[in-house]
Write a protein that binds this ligand. Structure first.
Ligand code: ATP
Ligand code: MG
Length: 561
């Protein structure tokens, strides 16, 4: 095996094998086929990165195909959201396709199958049909309608289409094999009656094709060469092939279905249906709630497309289902934000510091680097004055030698500014510290070149000037679920594992430059983590989301257990 081949995943091996066997590279074509019945989640991101990644690798077109065959659950809102998400992840689709564009073609093919004696109208109840299916170890029972004449089938199917029947009165089934060891081959449904308006075809149709009948034929119509889906469709492959056999023209590309493992992320769920429940029951505020594992939720939270793509790349494609720890995703987010974000000052749990030897009413602007990781990012100025806020946790009256922050009689450097020394503090009647009085070393300003400015003190604290700081709303998030895989418990519903403390809203103070920030902009709050501006933010009331911490605090907690 050459060096290049080693890095191929098993999906790429399948393609390489086909190319070796004479399949033309120009005929490679892929698709990403979401059902517009919800917003895309991190699991879909894997599938998007796989399919569009293959498109880039082989310079082949990738279609975005909406699998819109169930008008009861699908909506235009979801179509729009899906397009936005795929584009945001950084991918360009070749054609925007809809299974509903093929309704007429599928109908014509269904007529063809009826004529060929390979499809029939069944008029039994769904319960009865289910009973007759048999079990994997016992053969099924043929429907009494299985041998209807072609004429009768054509007539009934036409009347189904014309809306003469109620839902459930008749269905169209493929006539395959009621004794097949694959239950899906036991005369599967091709059409059912649904008197529902479709978000694109409106009331043109009241019969809708089933997934299996639609998917392979859509792939074929689009001349998709490789149709990748998740493992639960492995048993469907035989049916996918059977349906293709009925219509396939040997001069054309015959699509090939192959399966890969679904991606599951710890402490969350990846199922549109279940995520919808969280929205409907008000557990979260919306599909794009920053706690949601949806692409829109992650975007609002401050995750970047690069970090999600890097995550998908790292976990790769697997043959078996497995659970990926969410901290791996957070690692990639942190890694990318570290490179691109401006370092700013934000104090989340403030206590006031008065610098008693700094003249009242005086202010000065201190130059501070925007991002030491990025030499091109430049610098800006932040205001300093007699009164500042620091974090409560950064001061103790007394502390041992390992406490490198501020203590009475001790010194710290204010990031980008002066060295201060704590002289005394004031407390309320409950003993809470309400103010700290400090003095500053007048010659110690960072970067001023004096001997004092080079003086080393152990701790460096972030801070904001009281008169200049902007009071802001800050939203802190924790895992949405307390359990690692909330939807895998046999005896408990996933809703039982909702973390009641997944959102905490606090008031903090940020430096004035953030007044100019726009929705979506991301920052590193010095020493506190990565934050971005939420969509609820206004110039009068800034709202920040905590995107992710600076370190993996969750791993540390898990270690202690
Ligand atoms: P959901 O249950 O969330 O609706 P789905 O598989 O029904 O998931 P689709 O809209 O049909 O959702 O999926 C579009 C594509 O994304 C399919 O090819 C599907 O296999 C893939 N996909 C969905 N969920 C995952 C996942 N967790 N990991 C990897 N691929 C996924
Ligand atoms: Mg689905």
């Amino acid at each position: 095996m050459s060096e290049g081949e080693k890095s191929l995943n098993f999906i790429e091996h399948i393609i390489e094998e086909d190319l070796k066997n004479g399949f033309s590279k120009e005929d490679l074509r892929f698709r990403f086929p979401p059902e517009p019945n919800g917003y895309l989640h991190i699991g879909h991101a894997s599938s998007i990165c796989l399919n569009f990644g293959l498109g880039l690798r082989y310079n082949a077109p990738v279609n975005l195909r909406f699998d819109d065959t169930n008008p009861a659950k699908e909506e235009q809102e979801y179509v729009d959201a899906i397009k936005k998400d795929v584009a945001w992840l950084g991918y360009k689709w070749d054609h925007e396709c809809f299974a509903s564009d093929y309704f007429q073609k599928l109908y014509d093919w269904a007529i063809f199958l009826i004529r060929e004696g390979k499809a029939y109208v069944d008029s039994q109840s769904s319960d009865l049909m289910a009973e007759q299916k048999g079990t994997p170890t016992t053969v099924g029972v043929a429907s009494p309608f299985r041998d209807r004449s072609v004429e009768e089938n054509l007539d009934l199917f036409n009347r189904m289409k014309n809306g003469e029947f109620k839902e459930g009165e008749h269905v169209l089934r493929a006539k395959i094999d009621m004794a097949s060891s694959n239950m899906l081959m036991r005369d599967p449904l091709m059409y059912r009656i649904l008197h529902k308006a479709h978000h694109r075809t409106n009331t043109d149709w009241c019969i809708y094709p089933m997934y299996d009948w639609t998917h392979g034929e859509s792939d074929y119509l689009e001349q998709v060469s490789h149709s990748f889906c998740t493992l639960e469709f492995a048993m469907h492959r035989e049916l996918y092939d059977w349906f293709l056999d009925q219509v396939y023209d040997t001069k054309k590309t015959r699509p090939k279905q192959r399966e890969f493992a679904r991606r599951n992320l710890s402490h969350t769920i990846v199922s549109k249906r279940k995520l919808l429940k969280l929205v409907q029951e008000g557990v979260v505020t919306s599909w794009d709630d920053p706690r949601m594992p949806t692409i829109s939720g992650m975007r609002r939270r401050g995750f970047t497309p690069e970090s999600i793509r890097n995550f998908a790349d790292t976990i790769g494609i697997a043959k078996r289902d497995n659970l990926i720890d969410v901290s791996l995703l957070e690692f990639h987010v942190r890694e990318h934000l570290n490179k691109i974000t401006t370092r700013v000052m934000g104090v989340l749990d403030p206590v006031k510091v008065v610098i008693t030897n700094y003249p009242e009413g005086q202010e000065e602007w201190l130059e501070i680097e925007n991002n030491p990781e990025d030499t091109e990012s430049g610098s800006r100025e932040i205001p300093f004055s007699r009164e500042i806020y620091i974090e409560k946790a950064d001061f103790k009256e007394e502390a041992n030698k390992k406490f490198f922050r501020l203590k009475l009689g001790g010194e710290v450097r204010l990031k980008g500014g002066y060295i201060i020394k704590a002289e005394s503090c004031t407390k309320d009647t409950d003993g809470n510290i309400t103010e700290i009085q400090c003095t500053y070393d007048t010659k110690s300003k960072s970067g001023s070149g004096t001997e004092e400015s080079l003086r080393k003190v152990k701790g460096t604290l972030h801070w904001v000037s009281v008169t200049h700081a902007i009071e802001s709303e800050i939203r802190l998030y924790d895992r949405l679920f307390t359990d690692e895989s909330p939807d895998t418990h046999k005896d408990k519903d996933f809703m039982e594992f909702i973390n009641p403390d997944s959102l905490e809203v606090i008031k903090g103070f940020v430096e004035p430059s953030l007044k100019e920030a726009k929705v979506g902009d991301g920052f590193q709050f010095q020493r506190m983590g990565y934050f971005n501006i939420d969509t609820d933010s206004t110039p009068e009331n800034l709202v920040f989301n905590k995107t992710v911490g600076l370190r993996d605090s969750w791993a540390k907690i898990a270690e202690k257990k």
